[in-house]
Structures are given as structure tokens and as C-alpha cells.
Design a protein around this ligand. Structure first.
Ligand SMILES: NC(=O)c1ccc[n+]([C@@H]2O[C@H](COP(=O)([O-])OP(=O)(O)OC[C@H]3O[C@@H](n4cnc5c(N)ncnc54)[C@H](OP(=O)(O)O)[C@@H]3O)[C@@H](O)[C@H]2O)c1
Length: 224
């Protein structure tokens, strides 16, 4: 069921998935306004785009972006960029949780977040544990709908150089091109497909917490 006249908020709108998702949100007739909280300006304007440039340490000071129905979280970083686990945790966990709480207080009912395959709060792998803790803490906020996407390796052209991701992506793509088969979603998934899956989920207006693994994301994102 689709509702016209909804408002959306996106964080991480300048990233690999976020860029694609923002473009699609602006095209989507469900939404008449799309707020994007960013730390650096977006390079285009659009009549539906409400850009809020802010330091993410000051999310509480933003007043105009949280009164929306749907919140899309594509925020995240790498340990190489963040440099310390503490800094990475703030970006991947603390900021999304802060936005989730502020938007919930303003009446948001659906929070959609990109977590990761293997996310598990009890994992011995620090990254998987961090993503698992994000999921766990989001569940405790009490959204009417919480949609957790757990993609595998994200495929797409990045502005920045990420050697390991590039090598993994090329190996996966090369292998499956060689045998003339599509890359299985569990090994790699196009950022645009993840963005399309988020939109498809939002359009369904689900209730409760639903976790979407790589295969489900691929199936939802490829149908649109
Ligand atoms: N890479 C993978 O293969 C993979 C696999 C599974 C799950 N994931 C997860 O999927 C999500 C999306 O990944 P992605 O590759 O699309 O992300 P990305 O390209 O790295 O983009 C991350 C976004 O977060 C923003 N951001 C980072 N640090 C920030 C900070 N200190 N303050 C404010 N904004 C900040 C970036 O803003 P700027 O543009 O200003 O830097 C950008 O908009 C992430 O949560 C990631 O962990 C990734």
C-alpha cells in the first residue's frame, strides 16, 4: 500500500548506497519532502530536497529534519578512515541511534538501516559485533517498523579508493563472468539494488522488526 505525501529523512546520503537512494527518494511519488542530514553539501539541488549540513556531534541541535514518517540510514565508515574503533563505533552506531531516537520522538514510525551480513552482538569479530549491537539497540527504541538490511559486499564505483573491497569485488565479478552466471547475492550486491530494496520495503509499510538477508535484498531490489 502506498501513501502519498510522506516525508523521509536520510543519513549517509553522500555514500555509495546513500547517493543512489537519495536520487530514488526524490523521484518517488510517495514522498513530498526528503530531508538529508549531511556533513558536506550535496552537489545538486531538487525541489523536494531539504538539505541540513551539520557536524554529526551536534545532531540534537537540528530542529527541522526529524518530523518524518520514514528514516533511512546508510551511514557508516571503515576502520581505515575512522582510525580508531571508538571513532568508528560513534559513526556506525552512536550517530544512527541518536537520529533514530530523535526521529522517534518526533513521530517517525519506520526506521530502515543498512547493517551487514554476519551482524551479531555476540560475535567475536569486532565489526560483526558492532553491527549486531546497532541492531540490538535499535530494536529497543520501539519503532512501529524496523527494517534491517544485511547485505554482503557492496559493489559499485566509489569516489574513494578501497583496495580490499575493490579486489574482492573484482575477484567475485571475474569468477562469475567467467562461468557466465550472475554474482550470487551472498557474495556481492550492487549498491543500487540495496537502495531499490530499501524503497520497496518502505512502500510496503511493514510492521515490527524484519531482517532482510542478501538474497531477500536482491530479490526486492531487482523487482523495481
Ligand atoms: N562496503 C561494504 O561492502 C559493506 C558491506 C555490508 C554493509 N555495509 C554497510 O553499508 C552501509 C553503507 O555503506 P556504503 O559503502 O554505502 O557507505 P559509504 O560509501 O562509506 O558512505 C558512508 C556515508 O556515511 C557518511 N559518514 C561517514 N563518516 C561520517 C561522519 N563522521 N559524519 C557524518 N557522516 C559520515 C559519509 O559521508 P561523507 O560522504 O561526508 O564521507 C557517507 O555519506 C554502511 O553502514 C556499511 O557499514 C558495507
Amino acid at each position: 500500500m502506498s501513501h502519498l505525501g510522506k516525508k523521509a529523512l536520510i543519513i549517509g546520503a553522500t555514500g555509495l548506497v546513500g547517493r543512489e537512494l537519495l536520487t530514488e527518494l526524490l523521484r518517488d511519488e510517495q514522498y513530498d519532502a526528503v530531508y538529508a542530514i549531511v556533513r558536506r553539501p550535496i552537489t545538486f539541488s531538487h525541489p523536494k530536497l531539504r538539505e541540513v549540513v551539520s557536524d554529526f556531534e551536534r545532531l540534537e541541535e537540528i530542529t527541522e529534519a526529524y518530523a518524518v514518517e520514514d528514516v533511512f540510514c546508510c551511514l557508516g565508515t571503515t576502520i581505515k578512515k575512522a582510525r580508531t574503533r571508538e571513532a568508528m563505533y560513534r559513526i556506525d552506531v552512536t550517530y544512527p541511534l541518536t537520529v533514530a531516537k530523535l526521529a522517534k520522538e518526533q513521530g517517525a514510525h519506520h526506521f530502515l538501516v543498512i547493517s551487514s551480513a554476519g551482524a551479531d552482538a555476540k560475535s567475536k569479530i569486532w565489526y560483526s559485533k558492532m553491527k549486531g549491537e546497532l541492531e540490538q539497540q535499535l530494536k529497543s527504541i520501539g519503532y512501529k517498523a524496523l527494517s534491517i538490511l544485511q547485505p554482503s559486499l557492496l559493489l559499485g564505483e566509489r569516489e574513494e579508493h578501497r583496495l580490499m573491497e575493490k579486489i574482492s569485488g573484482n575477484v567475485v565479478r571475474g569468477l562469475f563472468q567467467g562461468i557466465k552466471k550472475p554474482v550470487p547475492a551472498q557474495l556481492g550486491i550492487k549498491a543500487g539494488v540495496v537502495a531499490q530494496a530499501m524503497l520497496a520495503i518502505a512502500a510496503e509499510n511493514p510492521e515490527g522488526t524484519i531482517t532482510y538477508g542478501a538474497k531477500a535484498i536482491h530479490s526486492l531490489g531487482s523487482q523495481r
